[in-house]
Design a protein around this ligand. Structure first.
Ligand code: PLP
Length: 365
């Protein structure tokens, strides 16, 4: 059988290892395993959402509301946009896929930062598009502008803040780039971690109504990170309605389960949970910054819910990540991105204690 040639060039996404696997492989007690690998909310499912999920458990035989009226309405009110300007995906990942499939063909190219969210490349390659990357691993305004002018890509991906590095363009810088891009190129502004960036410094806050001033920009948000619903798979795109109408043609019916819809609607109401999550994060990330400074480890000032430690030749990220894994501490090795670096999701105080306990043993003073 001959599969599409576009597939030859696609690397499978390396997902964070689940806790069960570490328990099985290394025989560690489940309670001893900490997962700081997938940027999940360490406080867990918002309690009010857990309650709604169980209340809805007996409605699993019914198809969900395919118009997603209530979720779109809640998002529209929150962001001061129109419901027609919103599309809901099974994670913002699925919206990325819709975008790619509705705009790209094998004659097109897309532009992204050297190190950024791995799925931009995968979805673009699935439809045969060519990947162009700026030279620096953090987003640089001048590089995006120069590369845009030179290659005229069909899509420009701005990951604000950027995963897996944690760097973040300011609002002003982001719009400096957006302002130079012609209307026949779509700019994807992926704000999966925007809640964290805005909490840290309001100069970094980008709202969907800012990007909606443009005819060629789509804002992406997700319930998977700050809202604590990674397992429910709900994300959204916000753009001018003519864009939404087109990419919606790629959407399978009932792409969000009824439980996920109910959970997401409830999560938007759980403002205390969000606030508590952001506060915990801002208190705990300081410990990671202090540890890095005290041990001469370079780190990127992070606007997300994780921190990236960049090692020099004294350490090898694969050896460190494997050694931590054997002790039940799951973090993300960034070797596959071409970096000698690890990415750690900031956990609860106790989870972070475990991380420091184990990394102390691997770092020579
Ligand atoms: C986590 C993440 C997403 C999407 O996550 P979903 O769970 O699919 O909503 C999108 N972009 C970036 C940069 C992410 O880190």
């Amino acid at each position: 059988m001959k599969f599409n040639e576009t597939l030859n060039d696609i690397r499978l996404y390396e997902a964070g290892k689940p806790i069960e696997l570490v328990v099985r492989e290394f025989g560690i007690e489940p309670s001893k395993v900490v997962k700081l690998a997938s940027n999940e909310n360490p406080l867990g499912t918002p309690p009010s959402v857990a309650k709604v999920l169980s209340e809805n458990a007996t409605k699993a035989h019914l198809y969900p509301d395919d118009s997603m009226y209530e979720l779109k309405d809640s998002l529209a009110k929150k962001y001061e946009v129109d419901s027609k300007e919103i599309i809901i995906g099974a994670g913002s990942d699925q919206v990325l896929e819709f975008i790619s499939r509705s705009l790209l063909s094998s004659n097109d190219s897309v532009l992204m930062s050297k190190v950024t969210f791995a799925m931009y490349e995968v979805y673009a390659k699935q439809v045969g598009a060519k990947i162009i990357r700026t030279p620096s691993f953090v987003h640089k305004v001048d590089e995006f502008i120069t590369y845009y002018k030179e290659y005229k890509p069909k899509i420009v991906y701005l990951c604000i803040p950027n995963n897996p590095i944690g760097d973040c363009l300011t609002k002003k810088e982001a719009f400096e780039i957006i302002d130079t891009i012609d209307s026949d190129t779509l700019v994807v502004v992926d704000c999966a971690y925007m809640e964290y960036a805005a909490y840290k410094n309001s100069d970094y806050f980008i709202a969907p109504k800012d990007t909606l001033k443009y005819d060629n920009v789509i804002y992406l948000g997700t319930f998977s990170k700050a809202y604590g619903l990674g397992g429910m798979r709900v994300g959204y795109g916000i753009a001018k309605s003519y864009i939404i109408e087109q990419i919606a043609k790629m959407r399978p019916p009932f792409n969000i389960s009824s439980l996920s819809l109910a959970g997401a609607i409830e999560a938007l109401k759980a403002e205390d949970f969000l606030e508590k999550s952001l506060k915990l994060h801002s208190e705990q990330i300081v410990r990671y910054e202090d540890f890095a400074r005290n041990n001469n480890i370079e780190y990127i000032d992070s606007y997300t819910n994780f921190i990236t430690y960049m090692f020099d030749d004294s350490y090898n990220s694969t050896i460190i990540a494997d050694a931590l894994l054997k002790q039940g501490v799951i973090i993300r090795n960034l070797a596959s991105y071409g970096l000698n670096a690890i990415r750690i999701t900031i956990g609860t105080q106790m989870q972070n204690d475990r991380f420091f306990e184990e990394i102390e043993l691997l770092i020579k003073r």
